[in-house]
Design a protein around this ligand. Structure first.
Ligand SMILES: Nc1ncnc2c1ncn2[C@@H]1O[C@H](COP(=O)(O)OP(=O)(O)OP(=O)(O)O)[C@@H](O)[C@H]1O
Ligand SMILES: [Mg+2]
Length: 264
């Protein structure tokens, strides 16, 4: 296993997009290694901006963001590649190569670990194949290794997405609305997978979520954003409806809940 840490620190961080839109405003935030953090906020609040700043996909306009005490490089190069090797991403739309096998998709998570020519000729070292297979076991679908990605259900495809991130042996996992394309039952399964993996491996995990009941149920720590600003930071166990109203700047409705009215 990699020397995992995964501490994240933002100091007075600002992101203003070229069109003048403020995506992040004076953010001070510290996340400790192994934390499971859920990020909530209205559409456009800056959730994706925050996640993407951690691996340098969104450069800061000013201020600082560090991973394990090292400033996230704000331009392309070897240092940024070294950081990205340690940060796995999980996407709403899975981002699999559908015509390829599950195994080939998971091996993409090993790309930064092996010489390019090996990957190009599909000459993956045994160690990397083993890491990929272990990742598939971790998400419970080792039997799908040789199935084409396009033949999987949505939930299975997202498990491949998680396995690909795990194959990186990352210190940090960033999941941007990982359940937004899934049905409610599958949503709960995937959230449970993410929580279990966080506990088992201690990988710092940031998850953007739309649904407040999910945030409450699965978050340890909840961070609320509004217009790019941090407006809430507290434990999921104690977050109140009033807190959510403040984060959203409005009353919330059944549309903000996955299981409307059914679970407390
Ligand atoms: N590449 C970009 N160029 C210009 N503005 C952007 C860009 N990306 C995001 N924004 C703007 O920055 C703000 C924050 O966007 P962001 O995508 O982080 O929000 P979000 O909370 O993830 O929203 P959603 O829930 O809809 O995914 C929004 O006003 C958005 O329009
Ligand atoms: Mg977003």
């Amino acid at each position: 296993m990699s020397s995992t840490q995964g501490a994240i620190r933002f100091s007075k961080a600002n992101i203003t997009y070229p069109n003048g839109v403020v995506g992040m405003k004076s953010l001070d935030l510290e996340i400790k290694p192994g934390e499971f953090v859920v990020v909530v906020g209205s559409s456009g609040a800056g959730k994706s901006t925050l996640l993407r700043a951690v691996n340098g996909l969104n450069p800061l306009t000013s201020g600082e963001v560090e991973v394990d005490g090292i400033a996230v490089p704000q331009k392309q190069g070897a240092e940024l590649r070294a950081l990205r090797k340690r940060v796995g991403m999980i996407f709403q739309d899975f981002r699999l190569v559908k015509r390829m096998s599950v195994m080939s998709n998971v091996l993409i998570g090993r790309l930064a670990h092996v010489p390019g020519w090996r990957a190009m000729f599909n000459l993956w070292p045994m160690h990397d194949r083993e890491v990929a297979m272990q990742a598939l076991e971790r998400v419970g679908i080792p039997d799908k290794a040789w199935v084409k990605a396009s033949e999987l259900s949505g939930g299975q495809q997202q498990r491949v997405g998680i396995a690909r991130a795990l194959a990186q042996e990352p210190a940090i996992i960033l999941a941007d609305e990982p359940v937004a394309s899934l049905d409610p039952v599958t949503t709960h399964q995937i959230m449970k997978d993410l929580v279990r993996i966080n506990r088992e491996l201690g990988i710092t995990t940031l998850v953007n979520l739309h649904f407040l009941d999910l945030a409450r149920q699965y978050g340890q720590r909840i961070i609320g954003l509004r217009f790019g600003e941090l407006v809430y930071d507290g434990s999921a166990a104690t977050v109140t409806d009033e807190d959510f109203r403040d984060i959203y700047g409005r009353d919330f409705t059944e549309d903000d809940l996955l299981d409307e009215g059914s679970e407390g």
